[in-house]
Design a binder for this molecule. Structure first.
Ligand SMILES: *[C@@H]1O[C@H](CO)[C@@H](O)[C@H](O)[C@H]1NC(C)=O
Ligand SMILES: *[C@@H]1O[C@H](CO)[C@@H](O)[C@H](O)[C@H]1NC(C)=O
Ligand SMILES: *[C@@H]1O[C@H](CO)[C@@H](O)[C@H](O)[C@H]1NC(C)=O
Ligand SMILES: *[C@@H]1O[C@H](CO)[C@@H](O)[C@H](O)[C@H]1NC(C)=O
Ligand SMILES: *[C@@H]1O[C@H](CO)[C@@H](O)[C@H](O)[C@H]1NC(C)=O
Ligand SMILES: *[C@@H]1O[C@H](CO)[C@@H](O)[C@H](O)[C@H]1NC(C)=O
Ligand SMILES: *[C@@H]1O[C@H](CO)[C@@H](O)[C@H](O)[C@H]1NC(C)=O
Length: 414
Protein backbone atom coordinates (compact mmCIF):
# COMPACT_ATOMS: atom_id res chain seq x y z
CA UNK A 1 0.00 0.00 0.00
CA UNK A 2 2.69 2.49 1.03
CA UNK A 3 4.71 1.67 -2.05
CA UNK A 4 1.84 2.24 -4.47
CA UNK A 5 0.94 5.49 -2.72
CA UNK A 6 4.47 6.80 -3.05
CA UNK A 7 4.60 5.75 -6.69
CA UNK A 8 1.33 7.51 -7.37
CA UNK A 9 2.60 10.77 -5.93
CA UNK A 10 5.84 10.54 -7.87
CA UNK A 11 3.99 9.94 -11.13
CA UNK A 12 1.55 12.75 -10.34
CA UNK A 13 4.35 15.20 -9.62
CA UNK A 14 6.19 14.32 -12.81
CA UNK A 15 3.06 14.56 -14.93
CA UNK A 16 1.96 17.75 -13.31
CA UNK A 17 5.26 19.52 -13.05
CA UNK A 18 5.10 21.69 -16.15
CA UNK A 19 1.39 22.61 -16.05
CA UNK A 20 1.19 23.10 -12.31
CA UNK A 21 3.96 25.66 -12.36
CA UNK A 22 2.23 27.40 -15.26
CA UNK A 23 -0.90 27.68 -13.13
CA UNK A 24 1.00 29.41 -10.34
CA UNK A 25 0.48 33.07 -9.52
CA UNK A 26 -2.21 34.24 -11.97
CA UNK A 27 -3.11 37.87 -11.32
CA UNK A 28 -6.23 39.71 -12.34
CA UNK A 29 -5.43 41.32 -15.68
CA UNK A 30 -6.38 44.81 -14.53
CA UNK A 31 -6.42 46.48 -11.14
CA UNK A 32 -7.94 49.86 -10.39
CA UNK A 33 -6.72 52.35 -7.85
CA UNK A 34 -7.62 55.81 -6.64
CA UNK A 35 -5.23 58.74 -6.45
CA UNK A 36 -3.91 58.79 -2.87
CA UNK A 37 -5.31 55.30 -2.28
CA UNK A 38 -3.75 51.87 -2.34
CA UNK A 39 -3.82 48.68 -4.38
CA UNK A 40 -2.80 45.09 -3.69
CA UNK A 41 -1.67 42.77 -6.50
CA UNK A 42 -2.63 39.35 -5.14
CA UNK A 43 -1.89 36.16 -7.10
CA UNK A 44 -4.87 33.84 -7.37
CA UNK A 45 -2.56 30.84 -6.94
CA UNK A 46 0.35 31.52 -4.60
CA UNK A 47 3.55 29.71 -5.68
CA UNK A 48 3.49 26.03 -4.67
CA UNK A 49 7.24 25.48 -4.99
CA UNK A 50 9.86 26.93 -2.68
CA UNK A 51 11.18 30.24 -3.96
CA UNK A 52 14.79 31.07 -4.37
CA UNK A 53 14.48 34.63 -5.59
CA UNK A 54 11.78 36.98 -6.93
CA UNK A 55 11.49 40.44 -8.54
CA UNK A 56 8.56 42.88 -8.68
CA UNK A 57 8.93 45.62 -11.27
CA UNK A 58 6.85 48.46 -12.69
CA UNK A 59 7.36 48.78 -16.46
CA UNK A 60 11.19 48.66 -16.44
CA UNK A 61 11.64 50.08 -12.94
CA UNK A 62 12.61 47.74 -10.11
CA UNK A 63 10.32 47.86 -7.09
CA UNK A 64 11.72 45.12 -4.92
CA UNK A 65 13.79 42.00 -5.35
CA UNK A 66 15.57 39.31 -3.36
CA UNK A 67 14.50 36.39 -1.17
CA UNK A 68 10.94 36.56 0.22
CA UNK A 69 12.23 36.86 3.77
CA UNK A 70 14.68 39.63 3.02
CA UNK A 71 13.66 41.69 -0.02
CA UNK A 72 15.35 44.92 -1.03
CA UNK A 73 13.05 47.88 -1.77
CA UNK A 74 14.27 50.37 -4.35
CA UNK A 75 14.57 53.95 -3.10
CA UNK A 76 11.61 55.26 -5.19
CA UNK A 77 9.26 52.83 -3.46
CA UNK A 78 10.57 53.23 0.08
CA UNK A 79 7.69 53.67 2.56
CA UNK A 80 4.93 52.90 0.12
CA UNK A 81 5.15 49.18 -0.60
CA UNK A 82 4.48 46.07 1.41
CA UNK A 83 5.19 42.45 0.42
CA UNK A 84 3.30 39.44 1.72
CA UNK A 85 6.19 36.97 1.85
CA UNK A 86 3.89 33.89 1.72
CA UNK A 87 1.86 34.85 -1.34
CA UNK A 88 4.25 37.41 -2.89
CA UNK A 89 1.29 39.83 -3.02
CA UNK A 90 2.48 43.40 -3.45
CA UNK A 91 0.68 46.29 -1.80
CA UNK A 92 1.29 49.80 -3.02
CA UNK A 93 -0.09 52.97 -1.49
CA UNK A 94 -0.02 56.76 -1.94
CA UNK A 95 -0.96 56.10 -5.55
CA UNK A 96 -0.55 58.77 -8.22
CA UNK A 97 -1.46 58.81 -11.91
CA UNK A 98 2.17 57.91 -12.63
CA UNK A 99 1.62 54.48 -11.05
CA UNK A 100 -0.66 53.48 -13.93
CA UNK A 101 1.00 50.81 -16.10
CA UNK A 102 2.10 47.20 -16.08
CA UNK A 103 3.59 45.33 -13.15
CA UNK A 104 5.64 42.13 -13.53
CA UNK A 105 6.50 39.50 -11.00
CA UNK A 106 9.19 37.00 -11.87
CA UNK A 107 9.98 34.06 -9.60
CA UNK A 108 12.92 31.64 -9.61
CA UNK A 109 12.07 28.43 -7.79
CA UNK A 110 14.52 26.23 -5.94
CA UNK A 111 14.12 23.82 -8.89
CA UNK A 112 15.64 26.45 -11.15
CA UNK A 113 12.36 27.21 -12.94
CA UNK A 114 11.35 30.76 -13.77
CA UNK A 115 7.73 31.97 -13.62
CA UNK A 116 6.78 35.38 -15.03
CA UNK A 117 3.39 36.96 -14.55
CA UNK A 118 2.07 40.36 -15.56
CA UNK A 119 -0.69 42.51 -14.23
CA UNK A 120 -1.58 46.17 -14.65
CA UNK A 121 -2.90 49.16 -12.76
CA UNK A 122 -5.08 52.07 -13.78
CA UNK A 123 -5.21 54.98 -11.34
CA UNK A 124 -8.28 57.24 -11.28
CA UNK A 125 -8.95 60.46 -9.49
CA UNK A 126 -11.96 60.03 -7.19
CA UNK A 127 -15.10 61.77 -8.45
CA UNK A 128 -16.27 64.73 -6.41
CA UNK A 129 -18.36 67.89 -6.52
CA UNK A 130 -21.02 66.58 -8.90
CA UNK A 131 -23.76 69.15 -9.36
CA UNK A 132 -26.84 69.47 -11.54
CA UNK A 133 -28.12 72.76 -12.84
CA UNK A 134 -31.62 73.08 -14.22
CA UNK A 135 -33.70 75.94 -15.53
CA UNK A 136 -34.59 78.64 -13.02
CA UNK A 137 -37.74 79.80 -14.79
CA UNK A 138 -41.22 78.31 -14.44
CA UNK A 139 -41.77 75.38 -16.78
CA UNK A 140 -45.08 75.05 -18.60
CA UNK A 141 -46.19 71.90 -20.35
CA UNK A 142 -45.92 71.94 -24.15
CA UNK A 143 -44.40 75.45 -24.04
CA UNK A 144 -41.11 75.37 -22.14
CA UNK A 145 -37.83 73.57 -22.73
CA UNK A 146 -35.37 72.52 -20.08
CA UNK A 147 -31.62 72.05 -20.33
CA UNK A 148 -30.22 70.20 -17.32
CA UNK A 149 -26.45 70.21 -17.13
CA UNK A 150 -24.05 68.40 -14.86
CA UNK A 151 -20.57 69.21 -13.61
CA UNK A 152 -18.06 67.37 -11.51
CA UNK A 153 -14.39 66.63 -11.02
CA UNK A 154 -12.34 63.48 -11.16
CA UNK A 155 -11.82 60.95 -13.94
CA UNK A 156 -15.32 60.42 -15.32
CA UNK A 157 -15.72 57.21 -17.28
CA UNK A 158 -19.49 57.00 -17.28
CA UNK A 159 -22.47 59.33 -16.88
CA UNK A 160 -25.84 57.82 -16.04
CA UNK A 161 -29.20 59.58 -15.79
CA UNK A 162 -32.18 58.33 -13.83
CA UNK A 163 -35.60 59.75 -13.19
CA UNK A 164 -37.37 58.70 -10.00
CA UNK A 165 -34.94 55.76 -9.76
CA UNK A 166 -35.53 54.38 -13.27
CA UNK A 167 -33.10 54.91 -16.15
CA UNK A 168 -33.93 57.97 -18.21
CA UNK A 169 -33.89 57.12 -21.89
CA UNK A 170 -33.71 59.45 -24.82
CA UNK A 171 -36.69 60.13 -27.05
CA UNK A 172 -37.78 62.69 -29.60
CA UNK A 173 -38.22 65.12 -26.66
CA UNK A 174 -35.35 64.01 -24.43
CA UNK A 175 -31.94 64.48 -25.95
CA UNK A 176 -28.60 63.77 -24.32
CA UNK A 177 -25.47 65.71 -25.26
CA UNK A 178 -22.80 63.65 -26.99
CA UNK A 179 -20.83 63.28 -23.72
CA UNK A 180 -24.07 62.54 -21.80
CA UNK A 181 -23.32 65.38 -19.39
CA UNK A 182 -26.40 67.39 -20.22
CA UNK A 183 -29.94 66.51 -21.17
CA UNK A 184 -32.27 68.75 -23.11
CA UNK A 185 -36.03 68.26 -22.82
CA UNK A 186 -38.19 70.06 -25.35
CA UNK A 187 -41.03 70.56 -24.92
CA UNK A 188 -41.51 69.55 -21.31
CA UNK A 189 -44.49 67.38 -20.36
CA UNK A 190 -46.18 66.72 -17.04
CA UNK A 191 -44.58 63.27 -16.97
CA UNK A 192 -41.18 64.97 -16.68
CA UNK A 193 -42.10 66.11 -13.18
CA UNK A 194 -39.93 64.27 -10.69
CA UNK A 195 -36.40 63.88 -9.43
CA UNK A 196 -33.64 63.67 -11.99
CA UNK A 197 -30.48 61.97 -10.84
CA UNK A 198 -27.16 62.13 -12.60
CA UNK A 199 -24.39 59.73 -11.56
CA UNK A 200 -20.76 60.22 -12.53
CA UNK A 201 -18.71 57.13 -12.03
CA UNK A 202 -15.35 55.48 -12.60
CA UNK A 203 -14.09 52.09 -11.43
CA UNK A 204 -13.11 53.42 -8.01
CA UNK A 205 -15.85 55.92 -7.17
CA UNK A 206 -19.18 57.42 -8.06
CA UNK A 207 -21.25 60.41 -7.05
CA UNK A 208 -24.86 61.34 -7.73
CA UNK A 209 -26.47 64.77 -7.96
CA UNK A 210 -30.20 65.40 -7.96
CA UNK A 211 -32.50 68.00 -9.40
CA UNK A 212 -36.26 68.21 -9.04
CA UNK A 213 -38.30 69.27 -12.05
CA UNK A 214 -41.84 70.58 -11.68
CA UNK A 215 -43.83 70.98 -14.87
CA UNK A 216 -46.92 73.19 -14.64
CA UNK A 217 -49.88 72.00 -16.68
CA UNK A 218 -53.61 72.05 -17.12
CA UNK A 219 -56.28 72.37 -16.12
CA UNK A 220 -57.73 69.57 -18.17
CA UNK A 221 -60.02 66.60 -17.67
CA UNK A 222 -62.40 68.81 -15.71
CA UNK A 223 -65.28 66.75 -14.36
CA UNK A 224 -68.25 67.28 -12.07
CA UNK A 225 -69.43 64.58 -9.69
CA UNK A 226 -73.00 64.85 -8.55
CA UNK A 227 -76.59 63.86 -9.33
CA UNK A 228 -78.47 64.95 -12.45
CA UNK A 229 -81.91 64.32 -11.05
CA UNK A 230 -82.78 64.92 -7.39
CA UNK A 231 -85.86 65.08 -5.24
CA UNK A 232 -87.16 68.29 -3.78
CA UNK A 233 -85.85 69.35 -0.38
CA UNK A 234 -82.64 67.35 -0.07
CA UNK A 235 -79.02 68.38 0.37
CA UNK A 236 -76.70 67.78 -2.59
CA UNK A 237 -73.12 68.47 -3.59
CA UNK A 238 -71.58 69.00 -6.98
CA UNK A 239 -67.82 68.37 -6.86
CA UNK A 240 -65.57 69.71 -9.54
CA UNK A 241 -62.08 68.31 -10.19
CA UNK A 242 -59.35 68.92 -12.74
CA UNK A 243 -55.86 67.75 -13.60
CA UNK A 244 -53.70 70.75 -12.87
CA UNK A 245 -50.28 71.80 -11.51
CA UNK A 246 -50.48 73.88 -9.45
CA UNK A 247 -53.98 73.00 -8.23
CA UNK A 248 -56.71 74.80 -10.15
CA UNK A 249 -59.03 77.34 -8.63
CA UNK A 250 -62.73 76.87 -9.31
CA UNK A 251 -65.75 79.06 -9.95
CA UNK A 252 -69.38 78.20 -10.60
CA UNK A 253 -72.14 79.73 -12.67
CA UNK A 254 -75.81 78.79 -12.63
CA UNK A 255 -77.87 79.39 -15.77
CA UNK A 256 -75.14 81.75 -16.96
CA UNK A 257 -74.78 83.93 -13.86
CA UNK A 258 -71.93 83.85 -11.42
CA UNK A 259 -72.78 82.17 -8.13
CA UNK A 260 -69.86 83.56 -6.13
CA UNK A 261 -68.85 80.01 -5.17
CA UNK A 262 -65.07 79.55 -5.52
CA UNK A 263 -64.53 76.13 -3.97
CA UNK A 264 -64.34 72.80 -5.74
CA UNK A 265 -67.64 71.85 -4.07
CA UNK A 266 -71.00 73.48 -4.85
CA UNK A 267 -73.50 72.80 -2.09
CA UNK A 268 -77.30 73.09 -2.21
CA UNK A 269 -78.53 72.68 1.36
CA UNK A 270 -82.17 72.08 0.43
CA UNK A 271 -83.13 71.61 -3.20
CA UNK A 272 -85.86 73.81 -4.63
CA UNK A 273 -87.43 73.66 -8.09
CA UNK A 274 -85.61 76.84 -9.05
CA UNK A 275 -82.29 74.94 -8.59
CA UNK A 276 -82.98 73.09 -11.82
CA UNK A 277 -80.81 74.30 -14.65
CA UNK A 278 -77.29 74.37 -15.98
CA UNK A 279 -74.26 74.52 -13.66
CA UNK A 280 -70.84 75.33 -15.10
CA UNK A 281 -67.62 74.75 -13.21
CA UNK A 282 -64.62 76.68 -14.51
CA UNK A 283 -61.16 75.49 -13.47
CA UNK A 284 -58.35 78.03 -13.73
CA UNK A 285 -54.58 77.60 -13.38
CA UNK A 286 -52.89 80.89 -12.44
CA UNK A 287 -49.46 79.69 -13.60
CA UNK A 288 -50.34 78.35 -17.03
CA UNK A 289 -53.08 81.01 -17.28
CA UNK A 290 -55.31 78.39 -18.86
CA UNK A 291 -58.93 77.62 -18.03
CA UNK A 292 -61.33 74.81 -18.85
CA UNK A 293 -64.98 74.39 -17.99
CA UNK A 294 -67.52 71.62 -17.54
CA UNK A 295 -71.31 71.75 -17.71
CA UNK A 296 -73.69 69.83 -15.46
CA UNK A 297 -77.49 69.72 -15.77
CA UNK A 298 -79.59 69.38 -12.64
CA UNK A 299 -83.30 68.61 -12.48
CA UNK A 300 -85.18 68.93 -9.18
CA UNK A 301 -88.34 66.88 -9.19
CA UNK A 302 -91.25 66.62 -6.76
CA UNK A 303 -90.13 64.25 -3.99
CA UNK A 304 -93.05 61.84 -3.41
CA UNK A 305 -94.70 62.58 -6.74
CA UNK A 306 -91.56 61.64 -8.60
CA UNK A 307 -91.07 58.34 -10.28
CA UNK A 308 -90.29 55.53 -7.91
CA UNK A 309 -87.60 53.01 -8.75
CA UNK A 310 -90.29 50.56 -9.79
CA UNK A 311 -91.92 53.10 -12.09
CA UNK A 312 -88.58 53.88 -13.73
CA UNK A 313 -87.90 50.18 -14.19
CA UNK A 314 -91.35 49.80 -15.70
CA UNK A 315 -90.72 52.63 -18.13
CA UNK A 316 -87.33 51.21 -19.09
CA UNK A 317 -88.86 47.80 -19.76
CA UNK A 318 -91.74 49.40 -21.66
CA UNK A 319 -89.31 51.37 -23.79
CA UNK A 320 -87.24 48.30 -24.50
CA UNK A 321 -90.34 46.37 -25.53
CA UNK A 322 -91.50 49.24 -27.71
CA UNK A 323 -88.06 49.60 -29.30
CA UNK A 324 -87.82 45.92 -30.12
CA UNK A 325 -91.34 46.05 -31.53
CA UNK A 326 -90.41 49.04 -33.67
CA UNK A 327 -87.26 47.34 -34.86
CA UNK A 328 -89.23 44.30 -35.86
CA UNK A 329 -91.74 46.51 -37.60
CA UNK A 330 -89.01 48.36 -39.50
CA UNK A 331 -87.43 45.14 -40.62
CA UNK A 332 -90.81 43.92 -41.76
CA UNK A 333 -91.65 47.17 -43.54
CA UNK A 334 -88.25 47.37 -45.20
CA UNK A 335 -88.29 43.76 -46.34
CA UNK A 336 -91.77 44.11 -47.77
CA UNK A 337 -90.76 47.44 -49.35
CA UNK A 338 -93.61 49.21 -47.61
CA UNK A 339 -91.14 51.95 -46.68
CA UNK A 340 -89.33 53.15 -49.80
CA UNK A 341 -85.57 53.45 -49.37
CA UNK A 342 -84.41 57.05 -49.40
CA UNK A 343 -82.19 57.20 -52.41
CA UNK A 344 -82.45 60.68 -53.87
CA UNK A 345 -79.14 62.21 -54.98
CA UNK A 346 -79.17 64.87 -52.29
CA UNK A 347 -79.64 62.43 -49.44
CA UNK A 348 -77.08 60.11 -50.91
CA UNK A 349 -74.40 62.77 -50.75
CA UNK A 350 -75.33 63.69 -47.20
CA UNK A 351 -75.47 60.21 -45.85
CA UNK A 352 -71.74 59.36 -45.65
CA UNK A 353 -70.98 62.45 -43.58
CA UNK A 354 -73.69 61.61 -41.09
CA UNK A 355 -72.74 58.00 -40.92
CA UNK A 356 -69.18 58.92 -40.06
CA UNK A 357 -70.25 60.60 -36.88
CA UNK A 358 -72.86 58.11 -35.88
CA UNK A 359 -71.75 54.80 -37.27
CA UNK A 360 -73.25 51.75 -35.71
CA UNK A 361 -75.09 53.69 -33.06
CA UNK A 362 -78.76 53.56 -32.41
CA UNK A 363 -80.19 56.64 -30.73
CA UNK A 364 -83.48 56.44 -29.05
CA UNK A 365 -84.55 59.82 -27.80
CA UNK A 366 -87.76 59.66 -25.85
CA UNK A 367 -88.94 63.17 -25.17
CA UNK A 368 -90.55 64.29 -22.00
CA UNK A 369 -88.90 61.45 -20.18
CA UNK A 370 -87.20 62.26 -16.93
CA UNK A 371 -84.28 59.94 -17.33
CA UNK A 372 -82.52 62.24 -19.74
CA UNK A 373 -79.01 63.21 -18.71
CA UNK A 374 -76.91 66.33 -18.75
CA UNK A 375 -77.31 68.85 -21.50
CA UNK A 376 -79.80 66.64 -23.31
CA UNK A 377 -82.54 67.66 -20.93
CA UNK A 378 -83.43 70.87 -22.72
CA UNK A 379 -83.58 69.26 -26.15
CA UNK A 380 -85.61 66.40 -24.78
CA UNK A 381 -88.15 68.76 -23.32
CA UNK A 382 -88.43 70.75 -26.48
CA UNK A 383 -89.23 67.71 -28.57
CA UNK A 384 -92.73 66.55 -29.40
CA UNK A 385 -94.07 63.07 -29.06
CA UNK A 386 -92.02 61.63 -31.92
CA UNK A 387 -89.53 58.81 -31.62
CA UNK A 388 -86.47 59.25 -33.78
CA UNK A 389 -84.53 56.21 -34.70
CA UNK A 390 -81.29 56.25 -36.55
CA UNK A 391 -80.38 52.74 -37.57
CA UNK A 392 -77.82 51.24 -39.77
CA UNK A 393 -79.55 48.24 -41.26
CA UNK A 394 -76.87 46.90 -43.55
CA UNK A 395 -73.23 47.22 -42.45
CA UNK A 396 -72.12 47.21 -46.11
CA UNK A 397 -74.52 49.92 -47.13
CA UNK A 398 -73.37 53.52 -46.82
CA UNK A 399 -76.91 54.79 -46.77
CA UNK A 400 -78.56 55.28 -43.45
CA UNK A 401 -82.25 54.88 -43.29
CA UNK A 402 -84.11 57.40 -41.20
CA UNK A 403 -87.40 56.26 -39.97
CA UNK A 404 -89.66 58.68 -38.31
CA UNK A 405 -92.38 56.87 -36.49
CA UNK A 406 -95.13 58.74 -34.73
CA UNK A 407 -96.10 57.64 -31.28
CA UNK A 408 -99.17 55.90 -32.54
CA UNK A 409 -97.02 53.36 -34.29
CA UNK A 410 -99.67 50.88 -35.25
CA UNK A 411 -101.68 53.64 -36.98
CA UNK A 412 -99.14 53.86 -39.81
CA UNK A 413 -99.80 50.22 -40.44
CA UNK A 414 -103.42 50.82 -41.18
C1 LIG B 1 0.50 57.81 2.26
O1 LIG B 1 -0.47 56.82 2.68
C2 LIG B 1 -0.53 56.65 4.05
C3 LIG B 1 -1.41 55.47 4.36
O2 LIG B 1 -2.47 55.40 3.49
C4 LIG B 1 -1.03 57.93 4.70
O3 LIG B 1 -1.09 57.79 6.11
C5 LIG B 1 -0.08 59.05 4.33
O4 LIG B 1 -0.58 60.29 4.81
C6 LIG B 1 0.10 59.15 2.85
N1 LIG B 1 1.11 60.13 2.53
C7 LIG B 1 0.96 61.02 1.59
C8 LIG B 1 2.11 61.96 1.36
O5 LIG B 1 -0.06 61.10 0.94
C1 LIG C 1 6.16 41.44 -18.17
O1 LIG C 1 5.70 40.11 -18.44
C2 LIG C 1 5.18 39.91 -19.74
C3 LIG C 1 4.71 38.49 -19.86
O2 LIG C 1 4.40 37.94 -18.66
C4 LIG C 1 6.25 40.23 -20.78
O3 LIG C 1 5.70 40.06 -22.06
C5 LIG C 1 6.75 41.61 -20.60
O4 LIG C 1 7.79 41.89 -21.48
C6 LIG C 1 7.24 41.82 -19.18
N1 LIG C 1 7.58 43.22 -18.98
C7 LIG C 1 8.78 43.61 -18.50
C8 LIG C 1 8.99 45.08 -18.37
O5 LIG C 1 9.60 42.81 -18.19
C1 LIG D 1 -27.39 72.90 -22.55
O1 LIG D 1 -26.42 73.49 -21.70
C2 LIG D 1 -25.09 73.07 -21.99
C3 LIG D 1 -24.19 73.68 -20.94
O2 LIG D 1 -24.44 75.04 -20.76
C4 LIG D 1 -24.73 73.51 -23.39
O3 LIG D 1 -23.44 73.05 -23.71
C5 LIG D 1 -25.72 72.89 -24.37
O4 LIG D 1 -25.46 73.36 -25.68
C6 LIG D 1 -27.13 73.27 -23.98
N1 LIG D 1 -28.03 72.53 -24.85
C7 LIG D 1 -29.03 73.14 -25.47
C8 LIG D 1 -29.83 72.28 -26.37
O5 LIG D 1 -29.29 74.32 -25.31
C1 LIG E 1 -7.58 61.20 -15.11
O1 LIG E 1 -7.42 62.60 -15.18
C2 LIG E 1 -6.07 63.03 -15.26
C3 LIG E 1 -6.03 64.53 -15.15
O2 LIG E 1 -7.18 65.09 -15.67
C4 LIG E 1 -5.43 62.49 -16.53
O3 LIG E 1 -4.09 62.88 -16.59
C5 LIG E 1 -5.57 60.98 -16.53
O4 LIG E 1 -5.06 60.45 -17.73
C6 LIG E 1 -6.95 60.55 -16.34
N1 LIG E 1 -7.01 59.11 -16.18
C7 LIG E 1 -7.88 58.37 -16.80
C8 LIG E 1 -7.84 56.90 -16.52
O5 LIG E 1 -8.74 58.82 -17.56
C1 LIG F 1 -24.53 57.92 -23.03
O1 LIG F 1 -25.50 57.13 -22.36
C2 LIG F 1 -26.02 56.08 -23.16
C3 LIG F 1 -27.10 55.39 -22.38
O2 LIG F 1 -27.12 55.74 -21.04
C4 LIG F 1 -24.91 55.13 -23.56
O3 LIG F 1 -25.41 54.13 -24.39
C5 LIG F 1 -23.82 55.91 -24.29
O4 LIG F 1 -22.74 55.06 -24.57
C6 LIG F 1 -23.35 57.06 -23.44
N1 LIG F 1 -22.39 57.84 -24.20
C7 LIG F 1 -21.29 58.34 -23.64
C8 LIG F 1 -20.42 59.16 -24.53
O5 LIG F 1 -21.01 58.14 -22.47
C1 LIG G 1 -85.23 80.02 -5.37
O1 LIG G 1 -86.39 80.52 -4.74
C2 LIG G 1 -86.16 80.88 -3.38
C3 LIG G 1 -87.48 81.31 -2.81
O2 LIG G 1 -88.46 80.39 -3.09
C4 LIG G 1 -85.15 81.99 -3.29
O3 LIG G 1 -84.90 82.31 -1.95
C5 LIG G 1 -83.89 81.55 -3.97
O4 LIG G 1 -82.96 82.61 -4.01
C6 LIG G 1 -84.16 81.07 -5.38
N1 LIG G 1 -82.97 80.54 -5.94
C7 LIG G 1 -82.59 80.76 -7.18
C8 LIG G 1 -81.33 80.08 -7.61
O5 LIG G 1 -83.19 81.48 -7.91
C1 LIG H 1 -82.44 77.70 -15.48
O1 LIG H 1 -82.46 77.20 -16.80
C2 LIG H 1 -83.38 76.13 -17.00
C3 LIG H 1 -83.21 75.60 -18.38
O2 LIG H 1 -83.00 76.63 -19.27
C4 LIG H 1 -84.79 76.64 -16.73
O3 LIG H 1 -85.71 75.60 -16.90
C5 LIG H 1 -84.84 77.16 -15.32
O4 LIG H 1 -86.11 77.73 -15.06
C6 LIG H 1 -83.80 78.19 -15.06
N1 LIG H 1 -83.83 78.53 -13.66
C7 LIG H 1 -83.60 79.73 -13.19
C8 LIG H 1 -83.70 79.91 -11.71
O5 LIG H 1 -83.30 80.66 -13.93
Amino acid sequence: MMVSHGLFWTLWMVACFEQCLGQDLQFPELNNGAVGGSVKFTPNNPPSTAINQFTWQFETILILTGKPDSPTVSSEYQDRVFLDKNTLALELWNLTFRDSGSYNLSVNTVNGDEIREQTSLQVYEIISDVTLTGPQETLIEDESSANITSKGSGNITSVQWMKDNSPLSSSSRIIFSSDNRSVYISPVERSDTGELQCTYSNPVSSETAKHTLIINYGPDGVSIEGPNVVDLGVQIFLSCSANSEPSASFSWTFNGSDTGVTTDKYTIDKTDFNNSGEYICTAFNRVTNRRELKTHALLVQAGGGGLSGGAIAGIVIGVLVAVSGICGLIVYLTKTNKIPKLKSEAQRSEAPAKSKEKTDLTYVNIPGHQMTRGGETAQGKGGDSAIYMNMKTDPNSKEDEYVNVKHGVPSSQR
